[in-house]
Design a protein around this ligand. Structure first.
Ligand SMILES: [Zn+2]
Length: 324
């Protein structure tokens, strides 16, 4: 890391572009958030991304620093060498788009890309809840369900196939609910904002008081992970059940991962992790029930400590470590 360098970390989501200027220790100097509709096509989104990065390059100068590089965290399968989004189930408009390459050419500084869940992990490992952990699994609960793995203190990158630690697509229940990836019964189909919304819509036709609260939210067009969580907190049984199912599925998923890898630490982040108290109890019960090789009492499952900023800080870390 050059002493006078700062780095730009961007978290590219389906509805927001969030970018931060990050110092050499993982501290945020300035943050920007721009609403974006990536589903309307990549070109406008790219213009907004470019404008954000230019503003942060300028801001670095105001801090007496130089923007050394940009890291992009994107949901989906990435080709880091080509700077391209290969396949993004939740942001299909970006498929095949040379995001990193074009941005690098326009800005004239290096741009690196990473899957957003790996970026989350790099952030938590650099400046968050996983700072002191060498062997752990990260799970992000957002629109979809992402994952990352740190083994021996390093991000596990697989065999260079463009994907790894796709924990969201680990099958929890064969022939279970459909998943965005085309398969069925994946962890993502139980433990994500999309899973909560789908589950709520399925409960609605059941009728009777059991479905009333969720039906009201659907009819008022107010159904979201946050509104389902509020309903669960107010004691709505159907909403609570959706979070219990989420915890159940996460417990099974973590049990498989812990047993496979011989680890027992997990950090969970992403927007839906703010509903922590609604699913952590069922998660722990499910983990305990499915634990055979590891000691569920000793296993540690914690919330990420960087909140919404984790992927931006991690993307900046990626830029820092690859640019120097
Ligand atoms: Zn899937």
């Amino acid at each position: 890391m050059k002493k006078n360098n700062a780095y730009i970390g961007v978290d590219i989501g389906g509805t927001n572009l969030r970018a931060s200027l990050v110092d050499g220790k993982g501290g945020i100097l300035k943050s920007l958030r721009t609403p974006v509709r990536i589903d309307l096509g990549p070109d406008r989104a790219f213009e907004k991304l470019l404008a954000q990065c230019r503003e942060l390059v300028e801001a670095a100068g105001e801090f007496g620093l130089k923007a050394g590089g940009v890291g992009l965290g994107v949901a989906g399968k990435i080709d880091p060498a080509a700077g391209t989004v290969v396949f993004s189930p939740n942001l299909p408009a970006l498929n095949g788009f040379p995001l990193g390459r074009e941005l690098g050419e326009k800005l004239g500084i290096p741009v690196v890309m990473e899957n957003d869940a790996n970026a989350f992990g790099l952030g938590e490992s650099w400046a968050g809840a996983a700072r002191d952990l060498d062997n752990w699994v990260g799970i992000t609960l957002g629109t979809g369900t992402g994952g990352c793995l740190f083994l021996g203190g390093k991000l596990w990158e697989g065999a260079g196939l463009g994907f790894c630690a796709e924990i969201g697509h680990m099958i929890i229940l064969p022939d279970g609910p459909p998943c965005g990836c085309g398969s069925r019964g994946c962890l993502e189909s139980f433990a994500s904002a999309s899973a909560l919304m789908r589950g709520a819509r399925e409960i609605c036709p059941a009728g009777g008081s059991y479905a009333d609260v969720l039906r009201g939210l659907t009819e008022r067009n107010e159904l979201s992970a946050a509104s389902i969580y509020s309903a669960a907190r107010s004691g709505d049984a159907a909403s609570k059940k959706l979070f219990e199912t989420m915890g159940w599925a996460l417990g099974i998923g973590l049990s498989n991962i812990f047993s496979l890898l011989g680890i027992d630490r997990a950090v969970i982040g992403g927007g839906v992790s703010s509903a922590w108290d609604a699913f952590i109890g069922p998660l722990r019960a499910s983990l305990e029930k499915s634990a055979s090789m590891f000691d569920a009492q000793r296993a540690v499952v914690v919330r990420g400590s960087l909140g919404d900023d984790a992927a931006q800080i991690g993307a900046a870390r990626l830029a820092e470590s690859s640019v120097g």
